[in-house]
Each structure stands twice: as structure tokens, then as C-alpha cells.
Design a protein around this ligand. Sequence first.
Ligand code: HEM
Length: 267
Amino acid sequence: MTFAQYGSYWKICTTELLSHVKINSFKSMRKEELDLLIAPIKEAACSCGTAVDLSATVACLTSDMTYRMVFGKKCTDRKVDEDGLKLPCTRDMLIASMDTSAAAVEWTISELIRHPNIMKKVQIELEDVVGKDRRVEESDLNNLKYLDMVVKETFRLHPVVPLLLPHESTENCTVDGFHIPKNSRILINAYAIGRDPNAWDDPEKFIPERFVGNNIDLHSRDFQLIPFGYGRRSCPGMELGLCIALIGSFLMVSFPWSWICQRNLVL
Ligand code: HEM
């Protein structure tokens, strides 16, 4: 799918599988998968010294969710059974969704561990919005403004697909004075754009507050922040990816980071 030309077959994935309506209709399934994700972490909390590989756990969560969205049934074999791998589209989906979402959560947590004051602010926001007596719901995400800024800032500094995917020009064109011949392979350096001093103040620093009072958004034409690409070949899984990144980060932040360090969690 990833290397296919734009056309009606390609569009099936974005319109049928990853549309806003479809993503919403799978909410309950995400909740179930989230319970499965929490279980090993809870277990580790009870048995001192048990290691939990967060990256692998989040990757399993995403692959199982994608599998269920495509096949409408639970993935019984962790390695994904034959059906999944026979369909190139499904294989692409699994590859595109697993490591990206897991890496986004890992980078967010790494930055929060390096910046305990920012971690504290996220935890305070979580207590204010969600409290301690109930589980976070996807509907809470809209109200977690600071967490949203933290995830955006993480995407700016650590875009998980730093050069996006290779694109090809279908016509001769001129961009910003540069002539680009037809059929050229174009790589877009999202990593460099996110650290460009012409676009960002103090670009090497992790400052979520830089998003206060501006509308820099992942959904609009803000080309200084393009972790999901832009245009019709941008990431069709952006909504799901963002949701997983926010919920995954939320979960990890719920544990005091000192607990994470003491308890031998593999980050
Ligand atoms: C945090 C999570 C994710 C990030 C950061 C991410 C990022 C990206 C990027 C940068 C691209 C290339 C865009 C371009 O070159 O312009 C891409 C493509 C793609 N992504 Fe994602 N992605 C994420 C999650 C997902 C999920 C959850 C799915 C599916 C369930 C998915 C499916 C795809 C597919 C199928 C493509 C290829 C699209 C095409 O061929 O035009 N991604 N993603």
C-alpha cells in the first residue's frame, strides 16, 4: 500500500478503514486492548524486580488493534496468523502502526523523565481532569491540553519517521525557486524542520509551553510540524496514532517516574 500509486484501491484504506467514523466505532475495542496492556504493568508493580518491556507491550497493543479492525476478530496468535501476512495491505498497516506508536510513547516518556518539572505538570493536569477514582476515557483527551502540548513537542524533536516516506513528483514543478523534474524521488526532512532555528525559538530545548497561544496544529497547514506528513499521502492512521500516543503516555505518566526507575521497567 505504502508504495502504491494514488488511486481508488489505495483510497479504500483511508475511507473505509481509518476514517473518523470507523476509528470512533472501534472505541470499545481499544478499551479492551488497553486493559490487556495494563495487566502486565500492574503485575510488575506487585512483584518487585519483574521487567516489563514497554515498547513491546505498546507495539502488541497497536498490532492487535489494527488486526481486529481489519479482520473483525481477535488476533489469537501474537505473531499474527497467516491471513494477516498474506494481505500486503494488512502487513503494511501493521508495520506502519506498531513501531511508530510505540516509539511516540517511548520518546514522550523519555522526555518526561528528563524533565521532572514537566512530568509534574502533566500529572497535576491528569488529577484535575480525570482524578484518581476512575480510568481515563478517550473523551478526556480533548481536555488534556498540556499533555497534548507535550506530545506535540515530542513529535517536533523526535519525529518517528524522520524523513517521512519517499515521495515522487508526477510533474515538473518549481518549489521555492528549486526546479524539481518529473519522476524525482523526494525526501522531506521532518527531523531538520522540527529543529530549524528559523521556525522555532531555542529549537533544541524541550518546551511544551511554546504551543501556548498559537494554533500550530498537526491537522492544519503548519509545515514546521509535520510528523505525519502532509497532503493526500500523509499518514492515514494519524487519528488512531495520536490517540494511542496520548493514551499510552497518559498511562505511563500515571506511574511516578521514580517508581519506573526502581521497578526495572525497560524503557
Ligand atoms: C504515532 C503514530 C504514527 C506516526 C508518527 C506515523 C507517521 C507516518 C508518516 C510520517 C507517514 C508518511 C507520510 C508521508 O510521507 O507524507 C506515514 C504513512 C503511513 N501510515 Fe502512519 N504513523 C503513525 C501511526 C499509524 C497508524 C496507527 C497506522 C494504521 C493503523 C498508520 C498507517 C500508515 C500507512 C498505511 C501509511 C502509508 C500511507 C501512504 O502510502 O500514503 N500509521 N505514517
